[in-house]
Design a binder for this molecule. Structure first.
Ligand SMILES: *[C@@H]1O[C@H](CO)[C@@H](O)[C@H](O)[C@H]1NC(C)=O
Ligand SMILES: *[C@@H]1O[C@H](CO)[C@@H](O)[C@H](O)[C@H]1NC(C)=O
Length: 472
């Protein structure tokens, strides 16, 4: 073009400026994160000798990693594969994998001897620049390495969005590791690492060890989150996001209920993706309460009843929950909560009758939980928001890497969005407030009585693509 013009004198600089402008636009992120720099299968940035196998570069349409995840078409960036690990979640993990670009560190739990909480944290980031720390919970497989990596993959993708790029230098991904007694028997648990009976960490349970150490997972997480509030280490930190999918979401939701009012609360927000059940805030339930559940349907972790004889309520919080449940609920309602529900997540998840009383699928439980909030005295507070993610089932990475979720996780700073809930699909309806023994209205139970807008997600159901991760 420049060769043909007669006013060539000005053309080159104009073109150069245009090119520079374009270059800036297309390279908002370092090319080392872009798919165009790879053919797939290479070691990703940050790889070093000794990192666990499996963590290679995956491109869109380039297959899936050991966890069944693949790069989404909306992400022009690389997907770093999940690390391979020895053992399994049922018989226990035999060790923790070494994750590319992350350190495996141990957080000292003050007041609990030399007990420590193991966690993954991105390597080499300047804490002075960090504005936002993500505290990613594992799923029911206690796979902190996988979930920390998925959050990082979502962040890399969000950093390549030129209309609203995330600055990766300002975000820090961390993932605490909640061990079980099976992991202890199988060998992964270090001498001073805290561990729990099976997955009781997700309900704030008390630890089984090390030694005779008894600490609630909530107390441990309080301390861990508190470390990011330290202005000397993180002078610019504005936000801590506590997030999880499936069982990790169950923990995030219950943590928001159990966490005391404490310094830094105004900087903490929660992202809760497709939990298998909720700790319900009222004693009513939207679905039939089976007779086998008449006493237990509202027992913790499904509801606020802390006195169930079979399920031991975490001792740290027992007095408060028994004595001031309404205070616990009021505190919860002030928190900055972001729910994400896959519109195609019609899997049953938790099949216990306590969970079934909340809805028969992950999606229904989320909608019913929203409906419960809408029905409360002052309605759903604007600081509690529900996003319904289209065409997505019980899929951790597609949930976390959807642009809406990326906005919630990496960019959003407002606490209240008022009415701006996206895909608002649940409204208050008396049909969603069944109580035990309330059988005077046939419409109380069953689909016919529900007041929710069901069209959108019914259509979306069954459209989920690719790997479906099974779990709570
Ligand atoms: C809590 O559970 C106990 C034991 O099942 C039961 O006796 C009690 O009535 C329950 N309380 C509430 C408020 O649901
Ligand atoms: C980029 O970010 C904007 C604003 O959050 C969002 O609307 C858009 O969908 C994102 N694009 C992609 C490809 O993720």
């Amino acid at each position: 073009m420049a060769r043909r013009t007669t006013t060539a004198a000005t053309a080159p600089s104009t073109i150069a400026a245009a090119c520079l402008f374009l270059a800036t636009l297309t390279h908002a992120i370092d090319p080392m994160w872009l798919q165009s720099s790879y053919s797939g299968g290479e070691n990703p940035p940050g790889w070093q000798e000794g990192d666990s196998p499996g963590q290679t570069v995956f491109l869109t349409d380039g297959g899936s990693d050991v966890s069944g995840n693949y790069q989404l078409p909306s992400c022009p960036t690389i997907l770093i594969g999940s690390a391979q690990v020895n053992g399994d979640p049922d018989s226990g993990w035999q060790g923790l994998p070494t994750v590319v670009g992350m350190d495996l560190a141990r957080f000292p739990l003050a007041g609990y001897g030399d007990a420590v909480l193991p966690y993954y944290i991105e390597r080499g980031k300047n804490t002075m620049n960090i504005k936002r720390a993500l505290v990613v919970q594992p799923g029911k497989s206690r796979d902190a390495w996988k979930y920390g990596n998925l959050a990082r993959n979502s962040m890399i993708c969000a950093a390549a969005n030129d209309s609203a790029p995330v600055n990766m230098d300002e975000v820090l991904v961390t993932a605490p590791m909640w061990f079980s007694d099976a992991d202890q028997a199988a060998g992964a648990v270090g001498e001073t690492d805290v561990y729990f009976k099976s997955n009781r960490w997700y309900e704030g349970g008390m630890s089984r060890g090390p030694g005779d150490v008894e600490i609630s997972s909530v107390t441990a997480l309080d301390q861990f989150i508190g470390s990011f509030m330290n202005r000397e280490v993180y002078p610019n930190l504005e936000t801590v996001v506590v997030l999880g999918h499936s069982l990790g979401a169950q923990f995030a939701q219950r943590y928001a209920l159990m966490r005391d009012a404490q310094d830094g609360d105004d900087r903490v927000r929660y992202w809760i993706g497709n939990p298998g059940s909720f700790a319900w805030l009222t004693t009513a339930r939207p679905e039939t309460i089976q007779s086998s559940c008449a006493d237990s349907y509202n027992a913790w972790p499904y509801g606020g009843n802390a006195t169930d004889p079979i399920r031991q309520f975490p001792s740290t919080f027992k007095d408060e929950f028994e004595g001031d449940w309404s205070g616990v609920v009021s505190r919860y309602l002030t928190r900055t909560l972001r729910h994400a529900q896959g519109e195609a997540d019609d899997g049953p998840g938790d099949t216990h009758c306590e969970a079934q009383a909340q809805g028969s699928t992950h999606l229904e439980r989320g909608q019913n939980f929203q409906s419960m909030l809408e029905c409360m005295d002052r309605g759903r507070p604007g600081n509690i928001v529900f996003d319904y993610i289209p065409d997505t089932s019980h899929q951790d990475y597609p949930m976390m890497a959807h642009p809406l979720s990326q906005y919630r996780l990496f960019l959003e700073t407002d606490t209240s969005t008022g009415d701006a809930t996206v895909g608002d699909e649940a409204t208050c309806n008396a049909a969603t407030t069944t109580t035990v023994g309330d059988d005077d209205d046939d419409d109380n139970n069953g689909a016919a009585g529900r007041g929710r807008t069901m069209g959108a997600w019914t259509i979306a159901a069954g459209m989920a693509l690719g790997a479906v991760t099974v779990g709570w």
